[in-house]
Design a protein around this ligand. Structure first.
Ligand SMILES: Nc1ncnc2c1ncn2[C@@H]1O[C@H](COP(=O)(O)OP(=O)(O)O)[C@@H](O)[C@H]1O
Ligand SMILES: [Mg+2]
Length: 472
């Protein structure tokens, strides 16, 4: 190929060319270049030696420092720079002020918070603090704490990226607890209490604002990849791929866990069978009902029987038969794992959990075994009476008050009423005898006197959150 084959390209002629020349000793008249002839300048000033100049039509030669050539652009550049600098400063100022405000508030309130802190919660916090202040890794391991949270704190910024308001939400406010080997810790609380945020911090779904989480003595802030190997997580939402089938999900996660083929098939068959997913195994996840999605998330979390399981409402929306199966599976896995379970179904807690913590507005409000909490907070018996006719209610209420003067009326729904009997004033035998004696006369259909149930305990704390929200 020769150079002639190359097509020629002629640029269009500029009607008013603006020649750029560098000043020389040669006078303008002596410069006979073609361009300079196109726009003759009436009195063309000669650019000084070594200066760059541009010919600006009738204005003649303008040096590079003049307004037309570079000055205007430089001026607007400076104005823009200053403007954006002030905007950025304003945004940062709000950020910094907000963080000081949050820090300040928590410092100011620290003493009050600690004073208001529940005794059991405080004991656990101090115990964990002592691990942290000592040699956390070894101490935590020695104590067989598979999961530990030390003063976990999460603050969300409210609004989008462009929102420069100071609003922040303290979702988790200094939560400390441990979960020991082979136990299930029920993390309870009303919606918005901070349970999911706590789990999200432990699993790296969201960053920690403060504090530290430990999975098998590994810090989640620095060794999360290692911690993942020993962790199974069933998130409250998401975690599934719309266009993968149930079986493909399980195969994928088995492969991710590095499971050999022989174990893979065995695991998938077991989980599909246990969680009642066989009939859906070829359905895409986007085609599954909410309950079946929960079952699939639960199955994924259990692949490889991890030593730490975090289950965020695994049975929400699951039908009772399968819920029972899920509870059975969790119970079996518990022998070799430590579990954090959040749920709103108290029967599950009673069936599975050794330790219970109830969160209210981002704080742990109580912590301990179920019986311990019932004994501590259930300072009264709950008496429920169902009468045959609603009109009898007044007579029954008068009788109850006459026998138990310190009784506290709680509520009435149609022909069923509830009272609280302070344990310190009332012997259980006396209460039963008193009701039995008048059962026929007052037309009482049935009655029950019981100690505080977990559900009542939960409602007691949930009410606190509702009250605080109303005040706030
Ligand atoms: N990404 C987020 N941005 C802002 N606020 C959030 C975010 N996630 C949760 N929150 C808020 O944090 C609080 C705790 O939420 P969450 O941890 O989901 O509670 P729970 O799981 O107990 O229902 C709620 O008030 C919720 O609105
Ligand atoms: Mg949640």
């Amino acid at each position: 190929m020769i150079i002639d084959d190359l097509p020629t390209f002629v640029p269009p002629v500029c009607p008013r060319p603006l020649p750029l020349i560098i000043g020389t000793d040669i006078p303008h008249a002596a410069n006979n270049g073609a361009n300079t002839k196109l726009i003759p300048s009436p009195t063309p000033p000669v650019p000084a030696k070594g200066r760059i100049a541009i010919q600006m039509g009738a204005k003649g030669w303008q040096s590079n420092g003049s307004w037309e050539v570079g000055g205007a652009m430089t001026f607007f550049f400076i104005v823009h720079a200053l403007m954006f600098f002030w905007i950025k400063l304003y945004i940062d100022y709000n950020e910094v002020r907000a963080s000081f405000k949050i820090g300040g508030t928590s410092n100011n309130n620290e003493n009050t918070q600690i004073e208001m802190e529940d005794e059991d919660v405080r004991v656990e916090r101090v115990r964990i603090d002592s691990f942290i202040n000592g040699n956390a890794q070894t101490e935590l391991k020695k104590d067989a704490n598979h999961i530990a949270c030390a003063n976990l704190e999460k603050t969300y910024k409210i609004g989008g990226i462009l929102n420069c308001s100071n609003e922040k939400k303290l979702a988790v406010d200094g939560v400390s607890f441990t979960v020991q080997k082979g136990t299930c810790f029920a993390l309870l609380g009303p919606n918005g209490a901070g349970k999911t945020s706590t789990m999200s911090m432990l699993t790296g779904v969201t960053s920690l604002t403060n504090g530290e989480g430990y999975i098998n003595s590994m810090k989640v802030t620095t060794s999360l990849n290692e911690a993942y190997k020993e962790m199974g997580f069933c998130p409250q939402f998401g975690g599934l791929f719309d266009f993968l089938s149930v079986r493909e999900h399980l195969e994928f996660y088995c492969t991710v866990r590095g499971m050999p083929m022989s174990k893979k098939n065995q695991t998938i068959t077991f989980l599909l069978d246990k969680l009642g997913l066989e009939e859906h195994n070829s359905k895409l996840s986007k085609e599954l009902s909410g309950g079946n999605k929960r079952k699939l998330s639960m199955a994924i979390a259990m692949i490889g029987k991890p030593s730490v399981l975090l289950l965020d409402e695994p049975t929400a929306g699951v039908d009772p038969a399968i819920r029972r199966a899920v509870v059975e599976v969790i119970d079996q896995v518990k022998a070799t794992s430590s579990i954090i379970l959040t749920t709103h179904i108290m029967e599950e807690v009673e069936a599975l959990s050794e330790i219970v913590g109830i969160m209210v507005n981002g704080k742990l409000s109580c912590y301990g075994s179920l019986q311990h909490l019932v004994n501590r907070f259930g300072t009264y018996f709950v008496m429920e009476i169902r009468s045959k006719k609603e009109e009898n209610w007044e007579a029954i209420d008068n009788y109850v008050r006459s026998i138990f003067p310190t009784v506290l009326f709680v509520e009435k729904h149609f022909n069923q009423s509830t009272w609280r009997l302070p344990k310190s004033d009332i012997a259980l035998s006396k209460a039963f005898r008193a009701i039995e004696n008048k059962k026929k006369e007052l037309e009482i259909e049935n009655y029950a006197i019981s100690q505080l149930s977990l559900e009542q305990l939960f409602l007691k704390f949930a009410k606190l959150q509702a009250e605080e929200e109303e005040e706030g």
